[in-house]
Design a protein around this ligand. Structure first.
Ligand code: AVI
Length: 448
């Protein structure tokens, strides 16, 4: 520990140093925070100030400075990533899972034009309680949710412009007077519909549709823009066991300290209620699931025969999930026109097309803690069939290199960090360019 006398008196105490936009690099931060007069290595305390306090004058822009250049306007108020090809045929995904043992498909193939229309119909079915129940929860609690999430932007994963979103936007406008609404979706048509609806119902809202996959979209959002990320409908239930942790790791890393997550999750309940919701009397769910084969036939010029397959679903209590299958009524020799990947789909063999996981909300909340998504609030309906969770990112305490790495990623350190720096090297560095915009700050406390 250096003696007190080695540290000039005016360096002791707390110092605030800005970090500049476009310079998320730790070395550059280091350059700005090292007092030139100091010698050798001394213990210092860093704390990364939570951004809201320092960014009041920032122009509200949804993209992080370092991501902005990657986005271009696809059309008014709709943005897409330069060079991204969302229409690329997902041949690899389809073939690798169809050739897996047992065979399965990734659920996102369900959403071609017809699939999206069928899903809309499912949401209105008497047996499909999820949409209605979640909507009622949001209608009841939107005022409270918005009051306790002081944000300037609502990012919705999925181009929903459902009644549920309307409750949130209405409250956001009522309580804050203005807002940004940024839905993320791979469907440009969905974003256009959302834009039209927002323009007519909420002309005060700044609309930015992001034509992207969820992860690409949410990780581009400026961490300094206090944001409520909204992921409703229990879509997390459709993620398999590797998608699920990957998604939450990425989302948590993308969230800034002023951000919140609103998550809708369907709960474990009576098996008959669950099974009826996915096996409706009108057969819409069956059509939705089997339609994926028409979609695949179009994409890969395949020969799946719809009249030679049937829909089968069940609740699997061990895995706490509804499983939705296509079953071959008779053997089918599957071929794709330009791809050498024929296979025999045997009579009675099942292809798992979609899963819909059901959650115990307490377990889910515990699990989310490990993704740095701390508990805030839990809303449910009187029957406790569905849960809406409001989460907040948790500040991390890191030391030395860990802190540097987090700072490099623009991370969310809200706690005091103790580190030891070599000041020798820092002294040789050039003073930084102070023309750029202040985004954040590091507080350094030089210890005695
Ligand atoms: C989109 N997702 C939450 C729906 C669900 O309930 O898992 C998809 C669905 N599949 C059949 N019915 C509804």
């Amino acid at each position: 520990m250096p003696s007190k006398s080695r540290i000039p008196a005016r360096l002791r105490g707390i110092h605030l140093y800005p970090i500049f936009a476009g310079e998320p690099n730790w070395m550059q931060c280091e350059r700005s925070i090292i007092p030139e007069e100091a010698n050798g290595s001394i213990p210092v305390r860093f704390s990364f100030i939570v951004p809201q306090a320092m960014t009041q004058e920032n122009t509200p822009t949804i993209f992080a400075a370092e991501k902005r250049a990657h986005w271009r306007a696809l059309e008014p108020e709709i943005w897409s990533i330069q060079g991204a090809d969302l229409d690329a045929v997902p041949t690899q995904s389809i073939l690798t899972t169809l050739w897996d043992q047992p065979r399965w498909l990734e659920a996102y193939h369900l959403y071609d034009q017809r699939g999206s229309e069928l899903f809309e119909q499912i949401c209105g079915l008497p047996e499909y309680y999820l949409t209605r129940t979640e909507n009622a929860i949001l209608e009841t609690h939107a005022r409270d949710i918005i009051a306790r999430a002081p944000v300037r932007c609502i990012v919705e994963l999925g181009a929903g412009y459902s009644k549920k979103t309307v409750h949130l936007l209405t409250e956001q406008l009522r309580q804050r007077g203005s807002s940004i609404f940024a839905p993320i979706d791979v469907s440009a048509a969905g974003l256009r519909a959302s834009r039209a609806a927002v323009r007519s119902a909420f002309p005060e809202i700044q609309f930015h549709g992001l034509h992207a996959r969820y992860e690409e979209g949410f990780s581009a959002i400026d961490k300094n823009l206090p944001t409520l990320f909204v992921f409703l409908g229990s879509t997390i239930g459709n993620f398999n066991h590797s998608d699920f942790p990957r998604f939450f790791r990425a989302l948590s890393a993308a969230m800034g300290p002023g951000d919140f997550l609103l998550l809708g999750a369907d709960r474990v309940k009576d098996v008959k209620v669950l099974e009826d919701a996915y096996n409706d009397s009108r057969g819409v769910t069956a059509e939705f699931i089997l339609n994926v084969f028409d979609h695949i036939n179009r994409l890969l010029h395949g020969n799946f025969a719809r009249d030679n397959m049937r829909y089968y679903s069940r609740y699997n209590p061990e895995w706490q999930r509804i499983e939705m299958y296509a079953v071959a009524r008779a053997r089918q020799d599957i071929r794709f026109a330009d791809i050498d990947a024929p296979f025999q789909w045997q009579k009675d063999e099942k292809i798992l097309v979609e899963i819909s996981r059901k959650f115990d909300p307490l377990r889910l909340q515990e699990q989310l803690r490990f993704f740095d998504l701390g508990a805030v609030e839990h809303f449910t309906d009187p029957r406790e069939w569905f849960s809406v969770l409001r989460r907040h990112t948790v500040g991390q305490i890191l030391e030395g290199d860990g802190a540097a790495q987090l700072a490099q990623r623009g991370g969310k350190v809200a706690a005091v960090i103790v580190a030891r720096l070599s000041l020798e090297r820092a002294r040789q560095m050039q003073p930084r360019n102070r023309r750029v915009h202040v985004m954040d700050a590091v507080k350094i406390e030089i210890q005695k």
